[in-house]
Structures are given as C-alpha cells and as structure tokens.
Write a protein that binds this ligand. Sequence first.
Ligand SMILES: Nc1ncnc2c1ncn2[C@@H]1O[C@H](COP(=O)(O)OP(=O)(O)OP(=O)(O)O)[C@@H](O)[C@H]1O
Length: 239
Amino acid sequence: MMKNVIEVRDLVVVRGSREVLPGISLDIGAGVAGLLGPSGCGKTTLMRCLVGAQRVRSGTVEVLGEPAGSPPLRTRVGYVTQAASVYDDLTVAENLAFFARVLGVDPGQVDEAVAAVGLDDHRSQVVGSLSGGQRSRVSLAVALLGTPDVLVLDEPTVGLDPVLRRDLWELFHRIAEGGAAVLVSSHVMDEAERSDRLLLMREGRIIADGSPEQIRERTGARDIEQAFLRLVEGQEEVA
Ligand SMILES: Nc1ncnc2c1ncn2[C@@H]1O[C@H](COP(=O)(O)OP(=O)(O)OP(=O)(O)O)[C@@H](O)[C@H]1O
C-alpha cells in the first residue's frame, strides 16, 4: 500500500488566546485534495503546520516521513501563501532565476515553470506591474521549481477569472498525475468539484472527507454548498 504523503496526528494549535485547531488527525496521499471551509475556519493555520511554519501546541505532522519543515523537505515541498511572495522590482524570469539559485534547482527549470503558469508573454515584465492574478501565478511558478512531491497552495485561485481558474486546476491535476500530493484551499464551494478528494473544514475540525460525489451522496445534497450546510445543521442539532 502506498504510504501517506502527509500524516497529521492530534494536532492542536493555539493562536492568540484561541484554540484554532482543537486536535486534527488526517492522512493525505497523492492526488488533488481540496481544503474547503469558511473564512477563519483554520485552513491557513493547517497549511502552515504542513510546511513547518506554525508553532504547534501538541500533536505531530509528518511529510514524506520527515517532521514538517525539516531541511530534507526544503525542495520537496512547495508552498504558496495568500500574499504573493516575490520581488516586485525583478522581472518574472529574474524572480524565478533567483529562487532557482536559492533552492539549488537547475536554472533550466525556469522556462518550464513560467510556461506551466501561462506567463510566457510576461517573462520580461517587472512583477510590480503585473495584475494580482499574474503575481500570484509567479509565486506558484516559484513553488513548482524543483518539481516538488508536495504542493501546498493557499487560495491560489482567488481573484482569477474562470478560464484561468480552470487552467490552474488542470495544472494541479497534471502535477498530481506525476505522483505528487497537491493540497488546495479555497472558500469558494464551486471549486470543490474539481478536487479528487474533498476535506470540508469548520471551526478547526474536518467535518467531511471524501470525493465530492461521496459527500453529496452521504448528505443527499445537490451540491457541495448544500452538503456543507446540511453537515453544519446536523452538528448543531447534536450540540
Ligand atoms: N496571529 C494570530 N493571532 C491570533 N489569532 C489568529 C492569528 N492568525 C490567525 N488567527 C485566528 O485563527 C483563526 C484561523 O485563521 P486562518 O487564517 O487559519 O483561517 P482561514 O480558514 O485560512 O481563513 P481565510 O479563508 O479567511 O484565509 C481565525 O479565527 C483567525 O482570526
């Protein structure tokens, strides 16, 4: 049986005075997994834990058999935050070349990464003059350098038009077909249908986990938004 790419056990995270993650356990394998939930439910916090950027109160997070954030994972895990983390005064190609050097990745991969995110026509443009969606695609291209085994993408499609969103999801699936685990967060429910596996999150807990069809069937809902609402109502009745 294939080993899980990501293993989270009893993860508790407190931010400020709030227990944001009250104890999550989760396994993620290869494929495109969507992490869906309302704003503030803890998606970013969970993703920060997966890349080793979050102080945790208790529990463990292993990625590819190593503790999250440990040095061997440096080029094997790509992370794109909500804020584009690239240099405004460098061009697209210069940014990519810079990060390729930092990561010790073959500079030949720069062109491939630029093409993968559809920015060929902008490779010589200074990042500060790109649109918001284009800037976030530069960050995504940086994360693709080194052909990571795990890609953690925090709301990568925010502010993108439907055509670009579709293209990006196709790209996530192509990456996953190569055996990678791609975790994509979103608070837009209609993106759910595009993932192989869906993790519905609410108030720091995973309230449903399965393929979009399984979750719809289990809840008798016509779409994921309705499924989410039914799950929440069910929780409230129990409480
Ligand atoms: N530095 C911090 N100090 C205190 N509380 C924080 C801090 N950062 C986040 N939080 C709280 O943790 C909770 C989870 O935040 P998180 O950013 O993980 O949510 P999210 O699901 O990613 O939201 P969004 O979709 O809006 O990005 C929120 O209630 C937020 O207010």
